[in-house]
Design a protein around this ligand. Structure first.
Ligand SMILES: Cc1ncc(COP(=O)(O)O)c(C=O)c1O
Length: 384
């Protein structure tokens, strides 16, 4: 879904929207670029830019100095190409071999780690009279996707025999970089260096090596190598609890919703499904036009705070699919007022980290789960 203006959000009656501050995103990219001055920065924009919205976020990241983009799926890459983005776009996983033509035609940077896929891709490239840039994914211990250390000699031999492929990069992914000084990270870095050395010694000239995610950009300069892959920190979210405040990052996303009904309810009455919340005194109750179908998790029922007129108020009772209620006491809240579910208002701030903690997940998931029915309102300088 494309971004909407404030006027469109009002005219279409959207009761909940995500405000995405592109200036904050650009600022964060510059901060991260400065942390890894010798490396190119890849803006990781998979998952609809962690829920923040594409192509606007992708373009803003490129404007701030990212030189390439990373996505998980071919369809995400095509969405960016269709919107005129010409920068290199890396697809982090191999799609089924039926999709190799799209990688060739749209000049995407493919990840390779299986022989069948590499062959199919090479054939497709040769048929088109081209060479496709590929980055070989090395499994250094996370065991998600990639070539195991023991398979690297075979992979090198196979790549030599595939003329449609240009081996441009070697890369891997860190499993616990968010935990400072975890010994497994050192093991992964050492193994990666060793495997890169093997490939080079076998005579393959490879221009890029990359392994650093946000946590490694912020805490492991030795992992920066030739490209750093910046995801969560670019969105002003912390890679883990020990990183909070370690760099001057600014949160990019705020989630706002409107009061869609307000009423005075007598003491002793109960609210929402399950009647779990009882009013101790007569109070104003507001119904907020956002629910779990907007990514506002049902487990936030009775636990999360929202900001009403600059003051924290607890969600009262069960979060429904499209609404939830809040007891605002004697505050005379009115229909149409904006309240804040994530973000700042009047000096108070609710963070994605705080909501994640309440429901036992990570900040990544809190923003990534905001679905497309919630319009994105982009603020800051419009992307060119
Ligand atoms: C392959 C790959 N690289 C980089 C990233 C970016 O990680 P982060 O958001 O922690 O910076 C991700 C995200 O999960 C990823 O899957």
């Amino acid at each position: 879904m494309a971004g909407l203006s404030r006027r469109e959000i009002d005219a279409r009656g959207h009761p909940v929207w995500a405000e995405v501050d592109l200036d904050a995103l650009r600022h964060n990219v510059r901060v991260l670029r400065d942390r890894a001055p010798g490396a190119e920065l890849m803006g990781v924009v998979k998952g609809y830019a962690y829920g923040h919205g594409n192509p606007e976020c992708a373009v803003a990241m490129l404007e701030a100095g990212a030189t390439r983009l990373g996505v998980a799926r071919v369809a995400e890459a095509l969405h960016l190409r269709d919107r005129g983005i010409a920068a290199p776009i890396h697809v982090f996983t191999e799609p089924p071999v039926g999709a190799v033509a799209a990688l060739v035609e749209r000049d995407l940077v493919a990840t390779v780690y299986t022989l069948d896929f590499a062959r199919a891709l090479s054939d497709a490239a040769e048929n088109a009279g081209r060479r496709v840039k590929v980055h070989l994914k090395l499994d250094t211990g996370m065991h998600r996707v990639g070539v195991l250390a023991s398979e690297v000699p075979d992979a090198v031999a196979a790549l030599r025999g595939l003329p449609g492929l240009e081996l441009e990069g070697l890369w891997s992914h860190l499993a616990v970089a968010d935990v400072p000084d975890h010994p497994f990270t050192r093991k992964q870095l050492d193994l990666f260096e060793d495997l890169c050395g093997q490939v080079q010694r076998a005579g393959l000239r490879v221009r890029y090596r990359h392994i650093a995610n946000s946590a490694a950009i912020l805490s492991l300069p030795e992992a920066h190598l030739d490209i750093v892959r910046a995801g969560v920190a670019a969105y002003g979210l912390w890679p883990g609890p020990s990183f909070v405040g370690c760099a001057p990052l600014r949160p990019v996303l705020s989630l706002r919703a409107r009061v869609i009904m307000a009423k005075d309810v007598p003491a002793g009455d109960r609210l929402s499904y399950g009647l779990t919340y009882e009013l101790r005194r007569d109070a104003r109750v507001i119904t907020v036009g956002a629910g779990y179908a907007d990514g506002y998790d049902r487990r936030l029922s009775g636990r999360a705070d929202v900001i009403v007129r600059g003051r924290r108020r607890r969600v009262s009772g069960t979060v429904c699919m499209d609404q939830f209620m809040v007891d605002v006491g004697d505050t005379d809240a009115q229909v149409g007022e904006t309240i804040t579910l994530i973000g700042e208002d009047g000096g108070e701030r609710v963070t994605a980290e705080e909501l994640a903690e309440l429901i036992g997940t990570i900040n990544y998931e809190v923003t990534a789960r905001i679905p497309s029915r919630v319009p994105r309102l982009f603020t800051g300088r419009a992307p060119a």
